[in-house]
Design a protein around this ligand. Structure first.
Ligand SMILES: NC(=O)c1ccc[n+]([C@@H]2O[C@H](COP(=O)([O-])OP(=O)(O)OC[C@H]3O[C@@H](n4cnc5c(N)ncnc54)[C@H](O)[C@@H]3O)[C@@H](O)[C@H]2O)c1
Ligand SMILES: [Zn+2]
Length: 357
């Protein structure tokens, strides 16, 4: 297979050294048999022919992707299976799947034998356009989402949009949610560009590939400057405080990136009600955000559960909420907002209007 042109390689700097993200046509043609594999069960089934050598090698841990699968209590079993395969210090772990498989593999790579090298073949749009770079692993503990984690950058990422042909529509929208997010953070012109091309993201592979790359380029600047999430990177949580609360309040009925999409609209709306930003931010972004989340319009988001989940967000300091909101100029910024009646009423009003249609 021909090597991808230099323009299709991004190099990401990390504390463990630089790593390459390669955008290629056929990721699985590049699979090398060495290492131990962690593979999404659905992907193993759909791409069984291409992956047959690996699946039959006795070196593959096959996992059904779900939030439960990245729960701490499952890790005894994963480590026992890897140990039964004979995994040793110095070996390489290779992840093939979406964000769930990434989080599991990255966490094991960060902790097993105090550190192993890992590589990643992301198979969901969310993982290709967003989570594959940034070093983070996050796993769940009981009902507490993403409570444990490490900063363990991959050694190499190989992205192929052809794997997205089999992805469910709601997972595509979930990935687009994260792409809309980084473009919004990049500025109004970037958001306007991706909003204009929204329909083409769904039916034109080349457009999608271009925006995956653009999304990674935007995220790269933040994670290279603030790999350990001490400051500048926090802005990447736009839509996420509300989004996580929406996921929790709906018992994960809404995929992550779609919850983030609703979360951005809610952040804009609440910021407007509180006088933090003007009306134009809401109106400028709403049509695209609404379209992206439309399949989940009927899912009820109970205000009480949402407010309780928001108050528990681990990023908050004291009585104030630390939220990523549009500021007076419409720029996405990290702001402190009092967790008072005005804030709660703004949230309730948003949810009431959402139900009213
Ligand atoms: N560590 C990070 O930086 C980071 C960042 C964002 C999200 N996450 C985590 O990622 C998870 C969400 O990841 P996700 O959105 O990629 O979902 P996922 O890994 O749960 O995959 C979604 C669904 O798509 C299926 N699937 C995967 N690839 C497929 C393909 N090519 N064709 C058909 N089906 C396929 C999976 O089996 C699963 O059913 C969440 O747990 C979130 O917390 C982690
Ligand atoms: Zn996210």
């Amino acid at each position: 297979m021909v090597d991808s042109p230099a323009s299709e390689v991004l190099v990401i700097r990390s504390h463990a050294g630089p790593y390459r993200v390669e955008l290629v046509d056929d990721a699985f043609a590049r699979l090398e048999p060495e290492g131990r594999f962690v593979i999404d069960a659905r992907v193993a089934e759909l791409y069984g022919a291409q992956l047959s050598g690996i699946l039959q090698s006795g070196s593959a841990l096959v996992i059904e992707a779900s939030e439960r699968a990245k729960s701490l209590d499952r890790f005894d079993n994963y480590i026992e299976q890897l140990a039964a395969m004979g995994i040793r210090r110095g070996e390489v772990l290779v992840a093939i799947g979406g964000g769930v498989i990434q989080d599991i593999t990255c966490f094991i790579a960060g902790t097993l034998f105090r550190g192993l090298e890992w590589r990643f073949y992301p198979t969901t749009l969310l993982a290709q356009a967003d989570s594959c770079i940034g070093s983070k692993s996050s796993i769940n503990v009981g009902a507490l989402k993403n409570m444990l984690g490490t900063f363990t950058p991959p050694a190499r990422v190989i992205v192929s949009t052809s794997l997205l042909d089999t992805l469910a529509d709601q997972e595509v929208r979930s990935g687009i949610g994260e792409m809309l997010k980084v473009h919004a953070i990049d500025g109004q012109a970037s958001f306007a560009a991706i909003a204009r091309d929204y329909d083409r993201l769904l039916d034109d592979r080349e457009t999608l590939r271009r925006y995956i790359r653009a999304s990674l380029e935007i995220k790269r600047v933040f994670i290279e400057e603030d790999e350990f999430d001490q400051g500048r990177r926090n802005v990447l949580n736009y839509g996420h405080s509300f989004g996580h609360a929406i996921e929790s309040a709906t018992d994960f009925a809404i995929p992550h990136g779609v919850a983030v999409t609703i979360g951005m609209d809610m952040a804009n709306d609440v910021a407007k009600t509180l006088g933090v930003t003007g009306t134009d931010t809401v109106e400028r972004m709403r049509p695209t955000l609404r379209t992206n989340a439309a399949a989940f319009d009927e899912v009820d988001i109970p205000p009480h559960a949402l407010l309780a989940a928001l108050a528990k967000d681990k990023k908050h300091v004291g009585a104030d909420l630390t939220l990523v909101l549009p500021d007076a100029q419409g720029r996405i910024a990290v702001l402190r907002v009092p967790n008072d009646d005005a804030f709660r009423e703004a949230c309730e009003a948003y949810l009431a209007r959402r139900h009213a249609g």
